[in-house]
Ligand binder design. Sequence first.
Ligand code: KG4
Ligand code: ZN
Length: 343
Amino acid sequence: EGRGAVLLGIETSCDETGVGLVRVGADGPELLGQAVASSQDEHARFGGVVPEIASRAHLEAMVPTVRAAFARAGLEPRDVDAIAVTAGPGLAGALLVGVAAAKAYAAAWDVPLFGVNHLAGHVAADTLEHGPLPTPALALLVSGGHTQLLRVDDLAGSITEIGTTIDDAAGEAYDKVARLLGLSYPGGPVIDRLAGDGDPAAIRFPRGLTGPQDPAYDFSFSGLKTAVARYIEQAERDGRVVDVPDVCASFQEAVVDVLTAKTVRAAVELGIGTVVVAGGVAANGRLRALAQQRCAAAGLTLRVPRPGLCTDNGAMIAAVGAAVLAAGGVPSGPALTGNPGLP
Ligand code: KG4
Ligand code: ZN
């Protein structure tokens, strides 16, 4: 059902205004065109996203980004059969801009509107590249706001949390460590790049929650961040120059070692053969390489979307909408609103 239908996806949960056009197909959703406008540069001097700035930037970027997505797809508004919009989780004001825009377009074009979960969107991004997801699948979702292990039985609805971070998200750890090192925001891509020139074994940073008594599928990154801060302070006290690439590589190794070890363990113990790595941190080169190596060793099939589909975008939201539409989902009513704490 819904096959051939064209979905417009709108994403505004954080600092990217993302708009994507996707066609529902038997081989999974097909990406027709997308555009992303980011307010990252406006947040850079604050070292993190400023919600008020993000909301205003979404408001300014929304219509031009919708137009750009249509232009890239070679489509027009009358080609759209349904709209999907991120309903949460995310920043309250930022979500409201996307939801309000989506409602306006849905009313103007007289098409159904579906409010969808941003986190399901990150997982669904993979279907744009690799086709329908075999289920059950185990998803490692690693972004600026979340770090979770999810059992995915149905992208259109049934996703269960197996584990989560008890403090910082993985992307948040990258951003905070980048700040400690005086690097720019967002820290992930910068650390990823600098780590290439460093030695991952130079400093042995702690691996959070890996003791025998610790919860096997939960994560913790705040101790690691503190250890990096202490390392830098100590070096300054000793009058030593901090080797930034070595710190980046060693920090990154501690993060991706834990992420991949726990993911593979969960997949093996739960008897799930397909692993998806998704979210902004899934763009990380070392995470992708180590996940590939460890999944192959354990006989697991790994799926990771290309980096451009890992960070926030509208196509991934349209991809969830495509799954919901194909499953005969009920459209959201006019009462749809943003839910910052959507689980
Ligand atoms: O999924 P996303 O775009 O937005 C959220 O939903 O949070 O993820 C953004 C996060 C940021 O913390 C950013 O530093 C991190 O993803 N990130 C990376 C890389 N690219 C983005 N972390 C590590 N390596 C990267 N290449
Ligand atoms: Zn995200």
